[in-house]
Design a protein. Structure first.
Length: 320
């Protein structure tokens, strides 16, 4: 190792001193062409540099999160907090708000040191160069693997109610940020497609499937692949959401599809196709919708990706 940088000194700065100016100097040096010329050029040597760059970026993310916490205490206003702390972090670290947000996501990874060592070993074995984006992807996959495996129940159901964790990415704005992958592990479209919906569905089965604006086309395609026929969409106006490209997305969709014969009770109070109810917790859907479905469908119901158990429903999910 060249005398330009000593690894134990970087470790001391990351863990103890936390001097931003010194860490910025190390971060720039580790990625410089001049420094790269002084190492042997092997993938292990390159990845050791990349690993310490990632460690420094995690330290930058921890600094931003500390600023954010301090501004919440001072202003007691989330939007003021995010705007002020992110602007300060941009000035102190010298990176864009998108990059600062990425560093914050890296700093929010559980088992950071363990995952980073495993990621380095994996990259060395495959002969590929490490990166911060690659580390985030690896960490998400590891967190997904670490979730408790919950076996689906056996049997057939007349009603399937599902709120899958669509692969929604992070949204970065001046006043708000949504690092969704920190709130819960998401699934890819193929993982959702491979859910054993056919194995769970009775001959006559109703499917209620939650989706978002972005994944509405995918959800409509999946119900076809699962052997269901589209009937209608229930729109939930939750009175809050993200404004993107000039559109305020304050609604989510519950697709209704059926297999065989429709088993919805045709009499009494109908299920409305518009639900107007304020959002409460992140990703939580209104309990009133589940109650409406229960009142209009036969027994033999299952909720997939459930967070709680409710009378009249079997529940499956890793958050129970």
């Amino acid at each position: 190792m060249s005398g330009l940088i000593k690894w134990d000194e970087i470790e001391r700065q990351i863990c103890i001193e936390k001097d931003l100016s010194v860490l910025k100097t190390y971060h720039a040096a580790l990625g410089s062409k001049e420094f790269r010329k002084q190492i042997d050029g092997s993938i292990k040597a390159i990845n050791k540099c990349e690993k310490y760059k990632i460690k420094i970026e995690i330290a930058f993310g921890e600094h931003y999160k500390k600023l954010k916490s301090e501004h919440i205490d001072h202003y007691n206003c989330p939007s003021t907090n995010l705007t002020t702390s992110k602007q300060q972090a941009q000035e102190e670290i010298g990176k864009s708000r998108e990059t600062i947000n990425k560093y914050a996501r890296m700093a929010s990874v559980e088992k950071t040191d363990e995952f980073l060592e495993e990621y380095e070993a994996k990259c060395n074995d495959r002969g590929v160069e490490m990166s911060s984006a690659g580390f985030l992807k690896f960490a998400r996959e590891k967190q997904h693997e670490d979730l408790p495996k919950v076996e689906l129940p056996e049997g057939k159901y007349n009603v399937i109610y599902a709120d899958p964790p669509w692969p929604v990415g992070s949204i970065v704005m001046d006043k708000w940020e949504s690092p969704i992958n920190e709130k819960y592990p998401t699934m890819t479209i193929d993982e959702i497609r491979n859910l054993p919906i056919n194995d769970l569905s009775a001959e006559n089965c109703s499917l209620f499937l939650w989706t978002t604006h972005t994944y509405l086309p995918d959800a409509l395609q999946l119900i076809k692949e699962w052997g269901f026929k589209y009937h209608c969409v229930i729109t939930w106006n939750k009175h809050s959401g993200w404004t993107q490209f000039g559109f305020h997305k304050m609604t989510e969709f519950l697709i209704y599809a059926y297999k065989g014969k429709m088993n919805i009770d045709q009499y009494g109070k109908a299920i409305p196709t518009l639900i107007d109810e304020n959002k409460t917790h992140h990703s939580k859907k209104p309990d009133s919708i589940r109650d409406l479905i229960k009142s209009k469908t036969p027994e033999g119901r299952i909720e997939l990706f459930a967070r709680d158990k409710y009378e009249g429903w079997e529940a499956w999910g890793n958050q129970l």
